[in-house]
Design a protein around this ligand. Structure first.
Ligand SMILES: NC(=O)c1ccc[n+]([C@@H]2O[C@H](COP(=O)([O-])OP(=O)(O)OC[C@H]3O[C@@H](n4cnc5c(N)ncnc54)[C@H](OP(=O)(O)O)[C@@H]3O)[C@@H](O)[C@H]2O)c1
Length: 331
């Protein structure tokens, strides 16, 4: 079968698109014929060697996929041959990745793909939707009527956070880096959108939420704690989920006197039960059309190296036109 894999870490040109043997589903696993996969920043960190995981050899890239179940291993109870499914959390913690025509995935990481949802949208929603759900509801416990500030509202995670926060009844303020990206974030439902290249985040938030924001969702890799603590309301919750190497200054006094809290998490450590609970809501919203995958670019699998370059330009350098997800198709 065709797969996109690496045998060593390095720049995007270490990625090989070539033939490897089909996987065989083991006990508790399903074999998926993959139709679409999506790129995430973490794929590029594993490929480059910036994050080191034990990986199978060769290591197939990718965390997210959507496709059709074509075989099941012993002890599979909920998935059946012919089911349309999406999966996430692959390619991590020693598991093989998803960028291949066929993948064997433990049933616990597979979720039904609603009939009305395309394979591309199912793959694109995966990791970022679960991340948004965990952060908003398990960590920040966002309530209807609260206000959230999303730094990076046009990105893969941010665009899910914006939509889910609106579904939860919150007022959403979000940032984006160009007028076109701001327009996209408005279309996703944000109440106030700040073009941080033209406007001061601090000034606009002070005007829009004079009492402060209840949740500050930081997607940048260099979190600004001074800004966050300044802009949060009393008992504000800050979500941190990016920036492994960051060592920023932290305003201890203002933080605890305001009774704020800091919530760091990585989605790949969520239990299968936590992930299924998130997936149930995500599927409900996707099926109703109230949550939309934010697909920015669609390419064939053969262009995976170019996709990694684009993802890095967006996430690491804040450059390029990417405003959401890159989907790779295998059809
Ligand atoms: N902890 C977890 O479980 C978890 C899960 C998923 C992702 N992550 C991490 O979270 C981060 C975001 O992931 P993603 O998938 O959303 O990436 P992404 O799609 O590349 O989005 C990142 C967004 O951040 C914005 N941005 C970049 N530099 C900025 C700056 N200096 N100021 C303001 N905004 C800036 C960009 O939007 P503009 O172009 O509009 O500025 C970009 O769209 C990545 O570092 C990723 O590794 C962590």
């Amino acid at each position: 079968m065709k797969a996109a894999f690496i045998e060593q870490t390095g720049a995007p040109d270490v990625i090989v698109v070539g033939d490897i043997p089909d996987p065989v589903p083991g006990p508790g696993e399903v074999l998926i014929q993959v139709h679409a996969v999506a790129v995430n920043p973490i794929d590029t960190y594993v490929r480059s060697g910036a994050i080191v995981f034990e990986t199978p050899q060769p290591y197939i890239l990718g965390c997210d996929a959507a496709g059709v179940v074509v075989a099941i291993g012993d002890g599979v109870h909920h998935c059946h041959v012919g089911d349309r499914v999406w999966c996430t959390n692959q390619g991590l913690l020693g598991r093989q990745g998803t960028f291949a025509e066929k993948i064997a995935v433990a049933e616990e990481w597979c979720f039904p793909l609603p009939d009305a949802v395309s394979y591309a949208d199912g793959a694109a929603a995966g990791l970022v939707a679960v991340t948004a759900h965990l952060g908003l509801f398990r960590e920040a416990r966002l309530q209807a009527g609260e206000t959230i500030l999303v730094i990076g509202g046009s990105g893969g995670v941010g665009s899910m956070v914006v939509q889910m926060a609106k579904l939860a009844g919150a007022t959403v303020i979000a940032t984006a880096g160009s007028e076109a990206k701001c327009q996209r974030v408005r279309e996703l439902g944000a109440d106030v959108v700040i073009n941080y290249n033209d406007e001061s985040i601090e000034e606009v938030v002070r005007e829009s939420a004079p009492k402060g924001v209840n949740v500050f969702w930081e997607t940048r890799r260099e979190p600004d704690f001074d800004l966050a603590v300044e802009l949060m309301a009393g008992r504000g919750r800050m979500i941190l989920m990016a920036g492994r190497d960051a060592r920023p200054v932290f305003p201890v006094g203002p933080f605890y006197v305001k009774e704020c809290s800091l919530h760091g998490f990585v989605m790949f450590k969520a239990t299968p039960v936590e992930m299924r609970s998130a997936a149930d809501d995500i599927n409900h919203w996707l099926a109703k059309g109230t949550l939309r995958a934010n697909v920015s670019i669609t390419l064939p699998l053969d262009q995976v190296a170019e996709a990694h370059r684009m993802q890095e330009a967006s996430t690491l350098e804040s450059s390029g036109e990417l405003a959401g997800k890159i989907v790779l198709t295998l059809e």
